[in-house]
Design a binder for this molecule. Structure first.
Ligand code: KIV
Ligand code: NA
Length: 265
């Protein structure tokens, strides 16, 4: 199988072909996702919660992210690997460049940062240095204490317009992928149409170019009550690899996410 590249993901957007992403933190599950046809893998800082047992993503370090990115890289044959920059590892452009370099050297193909307008200078610097960037907007879990909880974002017109303006600014600065978490479906659709780059959604409706879920959530292993946008694919006597394949099939056919997994304004 040929490696999935940024150009391939751009082409899929142009052709209206949905692509998939799952979080992953180790080599063996990466191999299973490769077999199932998952195009992109996110080494998410959600590992702080699902692997480390923290109550938020804030305690995760750049060393933790590099360790898991290297493990995923070793298990990977052809998927495109995104790695999260953890809390406070990109508070200035230069700090971001230094830490993004570590993730790229650990095996990432792209780094992901949470934020809006304030990230533009950072995105420009990384982009100019040849590091692809995914900007994560909407519900940004590293800001959970500022946001006052894990809540749907962009619900009123002013908030939705702000997300659009910030998205356009980040794409102009060089962002190659945008990821939206927990926004109304209609907003997910209009943002996906408004930007030239591929858009990944989680709790952002069915109209984004790609979908992502946390692996543990979609395998039905969860320590708390799963979020509304989660679906357990490890059902009907499936193996784990078949659950990944079912997720791929359901995203590509538009079966997932269904209305019950999405938010209204
Ligand atoms: O860390 C993570 O798993 C993420 C996804 C939820 C998008 O950022
Ligand atoms: Na994350």
């Amino acid at each position: 199988t040929r490696p999935i590249t940024l150009s391939k993901l751009q082409k899929m957007k142009q052709d209206g072909e949905k692509f998939t992403c799952l979080t992953c933190y180790d080599a063996t599950f990466t191999h299973a996702m490769n077999q199932a046809g998952v195009e992109t893998i996110l080494v998410g800082d959600s590992l702080g919660m699902v692997v480390q047992g923290q109550d938020s993503t804030l305690p995760v370090s750049i060393e933790d992210m590099c360790y898991h990115t290297a493990a995923v890289k070793r298990g990977n044959s052809h998927a495109f690997i995104l790695a999260d920059m953890p809390f406070m590892s990109y508070s200035t452009p230069n700090q971001a460049l230094e830490n993004a370099a570590k993730l790229m050297q650990a095996g990432a193909n792209m780094v992901k940062l949470e934020g809006g307008s304030w990230l533009a200078d950072t995105v420009r610097l990384l982009s100019e240095r040849g590091i692809p960037v995914c900007a994560h907007l909407g519900l940004t879990p590293q800001a959970v204490h500022k946001l006052g909880g894990y809540k749907v974002q962009g619900k009123d017109k002013a908030a939705a317009d702000l997300i659009l303006a910030e998205s356009l600014e980040l794409v102009a600065a060089g962002a190659d992928i945008l990821l939206y978490e927990c926004i109304p479906s209609a907003l997910g659709k209009s943002l996906t149409e408004a930007v030239s780059v591929p858009v990944i959604g989680i709790g952002a409706g069915s109209e984004t170019d790609g979908q992502v879920l946390v692996m543990h959530d979609m395998l039905g292993v969860n320590m708390g009550r799963p979020a509304k946008f989660v679906k357990n694919f490890l059902t009907e006597g499936r193996t784990i690899e078949q659950a990944f394949a079912a997720y791929v099939a359901d995203v590509k056919s538009g079966v997932f996410p269904a209305p019950e997994h999405t938010f209204d304004a």
